[in-house]
Design a protein around this ligand. Sequence first.
Ligand code: PMP
Length: 484
Amino acid sequence: QLLSKSSKPARRTLPHKTEGDITDSASDLGHPTAPALGLPVLKKAKGHYWYPVDGPKILDACGGAAVACLGHGRRDVVKAINSQLTQYTYASYAHFKTTPVQELSDWLIKSTDGKMQKVYIMSSGSETIEAALKLALEYFLWTAQPTRTNFIAREQSYHGTTLGSLSVSGHVARRAPFTPLLQPAHFHRISACNPYRQRLPCAAGDGEETDASFVARKVAELEAAFARLGPDTVAAVVLEPVVGAALGCVPAPRGYLAAVRAVCDRHGALLILDEVMCGMGRTGVLHAWQGGGEDAAVVPDLQAVAKGFAGGYQPGSALLVGGRVAGVMEREGRTFTHGHTYQNHPVVAAAALAVQRAVEREGLLGNVRVQGELLGRLLRERLGGHPNVGDIRGKGMFWGVEFVKDKGTKEPFQPGLGVAERVHKTAVREFKVLVYHGQGCAGNGRGDHIMIMPAYTITAKLVEEIVERVASAVEEVFGRPWVV
Ligand code: PMP
């Protein structure tokens, strides 16, 4: 008997029965029975296109879940992988140092100007978040602060599918079946940071509050969470600098990250940034925390990267460790009590290195910024006036379009209508463009959205093509009687 009589079992529900449910496309598209759901069978993929066995090619406007940052079938990357495979296919990180891992680690550290000082190469976003949580805990043991065992994350967040990363996530539907194994005692939540849905009207009655007053409210909430838990019990704050699938490409307003960093510093907690989706160039800078434009850099203590890291050519991710933690490890000769069999895999490293060098060599981050401006502008021109398009936001090759029942009140559609899924399906079936979708929830302050996240090699012509096809799909869906 696992539960004593006095302990109350946590409420468990199946995802589709959850109240205040949020789901997104991964629960549908990634399902093992996917072929039964009518998905096309893939023959090949090249550049910006998927080629199914039956039917015409499909324009890839999302790279899976923001994975294919270089597009598909790049010969240079495949060649680098093959070359590594012919030298050695595997080496245990416990027995050997390998050239690709060392070169990649050096390259990553240099890309942060030495702000991040250690690198662990892994295979998925969930693993890196899991590792970040564990490393934070161990760091506080090394530094004689064993009371720091609490983590603060945000509602409507997604940080991974394993038990630790799911515990930190505020994704109601994905957590629901597994609540008995999640850890409510150590994972706490503040509200999401979603300006479109949370900005208050101005006191004067015209317009909405400024970034500064919005950020001040968010910081006060975070401060209150520290005070409630006891500041010396908090190990880390965990968040995505630009929220991906959970909200649909929502950048933090100016000053938010710096303010969260300042709260962490004031209380001695670590800041863990989840850049699994928004990192590795997706927003136009290599690391989302580097800011760019008017946004100042905000350096994390631990950083998770994945998707665009190896661009889908291998299952690759990495945990980057900043100076505060790495310094203690260096000075005191500490070793992280952690390790996966496939950690620091040489083939993964060779793939990631080839992808990153191509991005660098071809100046693709500049292209992401330029084409990102165009993508945002065209989306707004084409869809901004649509009565069911509530918000268009994003940066670089990371744009979200949120649908609403009522533009004035921002009321989302009922999740049962599956609005985002319908846009996704219509886009792919009738207009041959693949976008990512996330379903909203009326009671949950989150609307249905689609995400547009093409490869960094995108051209202006293809940006126009994507916007045209997506807009046609939106018009097709909302023109149908079922939403009226
Ligand atoms: N964090 C974020 C922000 C993500 O978007 C995801 C995946 N969608 C993960 C973590 C988990 O990554 P993975 O699926 O590679 O385990």
